[in-house]
Every structure is written in structure tokens, then in C-alpha cells.
Design a binder for this molecule. Structure first.
Ligand code: SF4
Length: 345
């Protein structure tokens, strides 16, 4: 409890001095292998944040189970694979704490406590529940776990006394419910868990091969560990500007998926080459895709090697996972002790 008081004081002080950085908490739902949408939407920011803050990054397998409850045998493999990807793309266990949600059961105790003080109406209004209710019924995921998902999210952040949650500008509203739940807990039990604030990060839209948002459910993704041959095939499948029918037609990069990927993977010089060549018919779409493939493959190949090393050396990967989960659990237990004391349990 003394630690918690000290930390809250530190978090307040951090607003005026960087000496005590507030804690950052973020997680990725475990639903399968990571794709490049995960990198640009989360991991790239995490890599930068780990040098500025004390960070807790989780692989949220219980959240994954709200939809993958019939295929749980895959979850353990996915989780290890995701951790190997995160480490091979630059996340550093010496700088941040990485944990697997189900290895820290304290999340669930706090979730239960928060469930009691969350009015049903708050959850019924959550857009992701309301808007996808019909879809959930059809996918057989119209369940209590999915409905109560935002309460578990609030517990995920509060269990580490997370003060900042990295989000893109379009996701700030999603954090509001977490803030309300924590605020209500603090009000009822006269406590001072940090009310997490959004930490605005860049969150560029990453299109899939078909131009829609990259997503596992659309099957239009490029994996972070995509092999060279498969990557080549996927780049060739990317949808180009449909008005550019013949080689001599000029094109508009803004109407082309290949250009969206150049903006993420190519340097300024290559980007200028694409814009100039496309709009004047100076290059063909094949040339453009070849350049993109080379640039993407350069980036992916470095991570591929490291990932293979990690997966081939189970001891190293297991000890990183075990140590991260242990360290996370120690902090989670401190929070629960504080919570129980406040509730006079
Ligand atoms: Fe797209 Fe490149 Fe072809 Fe232009 S040249 S339409 S940017 S693939």
C-alpha cells in the first residue's frame, strides 16, 4: 500500500518532472499471428514508448477467448508466436514488462469487483457491442464475456495502476468507459487508483491486400514474419488504381493499395519515384510492386531471422515470458492488496 501511495505521488509529480514517468499500459488481443497492421497500429509506438515510460505490455488471451472459445487449443501457440514477433521487431524485456493476461489471475479478481459497480446501461451503450450485435449472434459470440469485455479492459489497466493508455485519436472515446469505472471505484471506496489518460500516438490506417482495413477476419493481411516467397505473392495481389488499364495510362497513387504500403515501408526518395513515375506513366505497376517488395522484404527479413532464433531456443523465450509474467504479477498483487484494504475486505 505504501508503494501505491508513493506511486500516485510519483505520477502527480511526473506532470512537472520527468523523473518519475507515469506507467503506460497497453495490450494486444490474442487472435492469431501478428500482421503488419499490428506493427504500425501498436508495436511501433510501444517501441518508442519503452524509452520514455515504465511500460506494461500484455498479450490478452482472455480477450481472445471471447470469440475463440471453441478453438482454445490454438491460443497457447499464438501467444508464444506473438511474443516472439514482438521481441524480434524491437521490443525489449530489459526496458518493459511483457506478460500474458491469463498468467496474472489478479486481472479477473479486479474484473469481478469492477463488474459489480458497472451499470448495465454503460455496457449496452458501447458502440462495438451495439453495432456488432447481429454479427455476434451469427458468429455465436453473443456472450457474456464479450458483453463485459470493457470491464475486463478497465481491470487490465487498473491492475497495474496504468496512468496512460496509448491510443489513436479515433479511439479516445473507447477509453472513457475505463476512466468512468475507475472513477466510480475511487468515489465509492475513497481510493486513488490513477484514472488512465489517453496518450495520443500515431495510428496510420493500414490497408489489407484488397484495400479494406487489414484484419485477420478478412484474410487480407501480411504477417510480420511473412516468408519471402509468400510476401512476393501478396505484393503481386495488391489492388492498383483501376483507371490505369494500360502501361501508358497515367495513374493516381491515392487510389492504389501499393502506394499506401510505400508510404509505410519506402523512404522519401522511393516515394517521390513512385508519385512521379505513376502520374506520368514513367513506371509500370510491376516496377512499382518490385520496389515495394524489396523495401518490405528488407524490413521483414531482419525480424524473421531473430524470430526463428527465439522459436528455436525455447529456453530463452520461455524465460522472458516467465520473468515478465512474474514481474507483472507482483505489481498486480500490490494493487489488489490496496483494493481489498479500501473495500475493507
Ligand atoms: Fe499503384 Fe504504383 Fe501502379 Fe501507380 S504505378 S497505380 S502507385 S502500383
Amino acid at each position: 500500500m505504501d508503494d501505491l501511495k508513493k506511486e500516485n505521488k510519483e505520477n502527480k509529480e511526473s506532470e512537472v518532472t520527468p523523473k518519475y514517468p507515469p506507467r503506460v499500459m497497453s495490450g494486444i488481443r490474442v487472435t492469431g499471428q501478428l500482421h503488419i497492421g499490428h506493427y504500425f497500429g501498436a508495436l511501433k509506438n510501444w517501441i518508442q514508448l519503452q524509452d520514455q515510460y515504465s511500460c506494461y505490455f500484455g498479450l490478452m488471451d482472455w480477450h481472445g477467448m471471447t470469440s475463440a472459445y471453441k478453438t482454445t487449443k490454438e491460443i497457447k501457440t499464438w501467444t508464444r508466436d506473438m511474443m516472439a514477433d514482438m521481441l524480434s521487431w524491437g521490443l525489449d524485456p530489459k526496458k518493459s514488462i511483457f506478460f500474458i493476461q491469463s498468467r496474472v489471475p489478479e486481472h479477473l479478481e479486479l474484473f469481478m469487483i469492477f463488474s459489480n459497480l458497472t451499470p448495465m446501461g454503460w455496457l449496452e451503450r458501447v458502440p462495438t457491442w451495439k453495432d456488432s450485435e447481429e454479427e455476434n449472434k451469427q458468429a455465436d459470440t453473443h456472450n457474456l464475456g464479450r458483453f463485459a469485455y470493457p470491464v475486463l479492459q478497465a481491470a487490465d489497466v487498473a491492475i497495474y495502476r496504468g496512468a496512460l493508455v496509448p491510443v489513436g485519436a479515433d479511439q479516445v472515446a473507447h477509453l472513457e468507459l475505463t476512466r468512468e469505472i475507475v472513477r466510480r471505484f475511487n468515489h465509492i471506496y475513497k481510493a486513488n487508483l490513477p484514472e488512465p489518460k489517453p496518450l495520443l500516438t500515431e495510428n496510420p490506417a493500414v490497408p489489407g491486400l484488397d484495400g479494406r482495413k487489414m484484419s485477420k477476419s478478412y484474410g487480407n493481411g501480411i504477417l510480420l514474419c511473412e516468408e519471402e516467397k509468400e510476401l512476393r505473392k501478396k505484393v503481386n495481389l495488391m489492388v492498383t488504381d483501376s483507371h490505369r488499364v494500360r502501361r501508358e495510362d497515367s495513374g493516381n497513387p491515392e487510389l492504389c493499395s501499393v502506394w499506401s504500403f510505400h508510404k509505410l515501408f519506402s523512404n522519401k526518395q522511393d516515394q517521390e519515384w513512385v508519385v512521379q513515375g505513376c502520374t506520368t506513366a514513367g513506371i509500370g505497376c510491376g516496377d512499382c510492386k518490385n520496389k515495394l517488395f524489396t523495401n518490405m522484404n528488407d524490413m521483414l527479413s531482419r525480424a524473421r531471422v531473430r524470430k526463428k532464433e527465439l522459436l528455436n531456443n525455447s529456453n530463452e523465450l520461455d524465460s522472458i515470458i516467465d520473468e515478465g509474467c512474474e514481474r507483472a504479477r507482483v505489481e498486480a498483487q500490490k494493487t489488489l492488496q490496496f483494493v481489498r484494504e479500501k473495500m475493507k475486505l
